[in-house]
Structure formats: structure tokens, C-alpha cells
Ligand binder design. Structure first.
Ligand code: PBG
Ligand code: ZN
Length: 326
């Protein structure tokens, strides 16, 4: 008999495959993004993100109850203010939309982990991530606004703040501002490696944050670069980041893996709006098996080295996992 290795031995039954399995996806790995909008009675489906809604505060309790029932442990909040201006005032207002949402959720369900996105683009009239001077975002003028926003989120009760602006020095100024305001225990989860990506298209509809001119290429990273991502990660960690986000996720699995090999902090993959929209569109046409494709993609993120995944598929995954256990 010729000698060869039978790797199929460990694949012949569900029980053997379970024994040999290296990675899993659990609902506790997932973080669900929510878009909170100023106004009343709003539950508005985002056309390019089927099943995702802009929700007003009066509809928020029901949504949170739904998430708790599904066992979803963490949410990621974005706000859409009634009014926008050049200073992004709504981002750091004590009664801003995110600040009120955080207070409301924490009053009813303190166990729900709340991560808040810290950026200016949903709050500026021009849709850019900070103060515009000439034709681009001024780094140093934007830093104090980000620090104020982070402190106001912490004061409202946010568990973690997550700067997504890609200004240089933001983690350092946010850490210092949080510490001096008495929030030295509030962690910073920075979008350390955030690329200037076409995959954010549907999000900008959801968050109403499409820039009225130009783009974000002067601060977000060039998709052609990977060493630069390691530099960004090192800098954010040196400035005090407690966890890091790689975004987008699907086309950047190499970055997740490289980050995993170089750092010890939690790594979070952001499975962004365009990635979600593509899957939904193909599934609606019956071209793919949505559940299979989504679960395979999540496993890919876990294999690449992501500890946690921010994904719009969270509620669907929670339901599938519940069904498979029933
Ligand atoms: C805000 C922000 C964006 C996303 C998260 N935070 C959009 C952007 O940078 O234009 C994208 C999320 C997604 O596409 O799902 N700066
Ligand atoms: Zn922004």
C-alpha cells in the first residue's frame, strides 16, 4: 500500500470536524453599529443597507431590547444631528444626539457596552472630518474638537470612545483630555488603520456625511500601503490607544494579520457598509447563500486575527446562531 497522509480522517463527520475546528464565530465577538437620528417617530431604512435604519430616540428602547434578546453585547453609535455647522457643534454638545442616546441606553440597560464614534463629519455642514482651512481639513484646529467630543461622550456614560477622523495626534489629545476631566478609566479604541475607501459609500448615505466637495484622501490612508498601517498602529498605541480598528476589513485582511503579529492589544475588524451592501444585493437576487457567505467571511476575519468584528450583519448572525442551537 502506498503511503500518504489522510487529512480527510478529521473531516469525515460533523463531530470530527468540530474537534478539529480552529476558529469560531460567536455573538460575543460582534459589535453592532446603530445610527441615531434627531427627530421623532423615525425608523427609516437606509436604501443601500437593507435592514439597517436611522432610528430616533423614541424608537431606541425597542431596538436595544431587541439586541439584548438576541444576546448582542456591544453597540457602536453614530449620530445624525438636526443641524450641522462649520464647527461641528453637534458633535460635542452636552445634549447632542449621541450624548442623549448614550444616557438613555445606560439608564435602562447599563450592561449594554456602548462604543461611540468620535468624528466631525456627521456634524459639519460640508461633511468633512474637521475644520476646513483652504480646501482641506486642518489637523491642529480639529484636535480640540475631537477631545471635547470624546469627553462629552464619556460624561454621558460611553464605555469606549473610538476616534475615526485620522488626524495626527488625536489619541494623545483625547487621552489627555479624558484624564484631566476625570475619565482616566475610559478606553480609547482608535481606528488606527483607516483607509480612504470606496467601501464607505452606503454609510455616507446612512450618516448623511458625504463631503460636499473633495474627498478624505489627505487624512485617510492610501489603499496601496501596508507598512504605513503598521506605522499608524504603532503611533496610536504609543499615544495611548487601548484597542485598534482596521477598516475596511474584507480587502484588508493582510493588514489585520500583520497587526495581529505585531501587537498585543485587541484588534477589531470593521466590516463596512459597502461590504455589507454587496452581500445583501447579491443575496436579494438569489445569487449567493447569504448565511453561508456571511459566516465564512466572519471566520475569515477571525482567522486573519481579528478579536472582534463591527458588522451590520450582527442581528442576522445572532438569529442564525440561535436557530442552529434550537
Ligand atoms: C466617520 C466614519 C465613516 C465610517 C465610520 N466612521 C465614514 C467615512 O470615513 O467616510 C464608515 C463606516 C462604514 O462604511 O460602514 N469618519
Ligand atoms: Zn469623519
Amino acid at each position: 500500500m502506498t503511503s500518504f497522509v489522510r487529512t480527510r480522517r478529521l473531516r469525515q463527520s460533523a463531530a470530527l470536524r468540530a474537534l478539529a475546528r480552529e476558529h469560531t464565530v460567536a455573538v460575543s465577538d460582534l459589535i453592532y453599529p446603530l445610527f441615531i437620528i434627531e427627530g421623532e417617530g423615525i425608523r427609516h431604512e437606509i436604501s443601500s443597507m437593507p435592514g439597517q435604519y436611522q432610528i430616533s430616540l423614541d424608537n431606541l428602547d425597542a431596538e436595544i431590547d431587541d439586541l439584548i434578546n438576541l444576546g448582542i453585547p456591544a453597540i457602536f453609535l453614530f449620530g445624525i444631528p438636526a443641524e450641522k455647522d462649520e464647527q461641528a457643534s453637534g458633535a460635542y454638545a452636552e445634549d447632542g444626539i449621541v450624548q442623549r442616546a448614550v444616557r438613555q441606553i445606560k439608564a435602562r440597560t447599563p450592561e449594554m457596552l456602548i462604543i461611540t464614534d468620535v468624528c466631525c463629519c456627521e456634524y459639519t455642514s460640508h461633511g468633512h472630518c474637521g475644520i476646513i482651512v483652504g480646501d482641506s481639513v486642518d489637523n491642529d484646529l480639529t484636535l480640540p474638537l475631537l477631545a471635547r467630543t470624546a469627553v462629552s461622550h464619556a460624561r454621558a456614560g460611553a464605555d469606549i470612545v473610538a476616534p475615526s477622523d485620522m488626524m495626527d495626534g488625536r489619541v494623545a489629545v483625547m487621552r489627555e483630555a479624558l484624564d484631566s476631566a476625570g475619565y482616566s478609566t475610559t478606553p480609547i479604541m482608535s481606528y488606527a488603520a483607516k483607509y480612504a475607501s470606496g467601501y464607505y459609500g452606503p454609510f455616507r448615505e446612512a450618516a448623511e456625511s458625504t463631503p460636499t466637495f473633495g474627498d478624505r484622501r489627505t487624512h485617510q490612508m492610501d489603499p496601496a500601503n501596508s507598512r504605513e498601517a503598521m506605522r499608524e498602529i504603532n503611533i496610536d498605541l504609543a499615544e495611548g490607544a487601548d484597542a485598534i480598528i482596521v477598516k475596511p476589513a474584507l480587502a484588508y485582511m493582510d493588514i489585520i494579520r500583520a497587526a495581529r503579529e505585531r501587537t498585543l492589544v485587541p484588534i477589531v475588524a470593521y466590516n463596512v457598509s459597502g461590504e455589507f451592501a454587496m452581500v445583501k444585493a447579491a443575496a436579494e437576487r438569489g445569487w449567493i447563500d447569504e448565511e453561508r457567505i456571511v459566516m465564512e467571511t466572519m471566520l475569515g476575519f477571525r482567522r486573519a486575527g481579528a478579536d472582534r468584528i463591527i458588522t451590520y450583519h450582527t442581528k442576522d448572525i445572532a438569529r442564525w446562531l440561535q436557530e442552529s442551537q434550537a
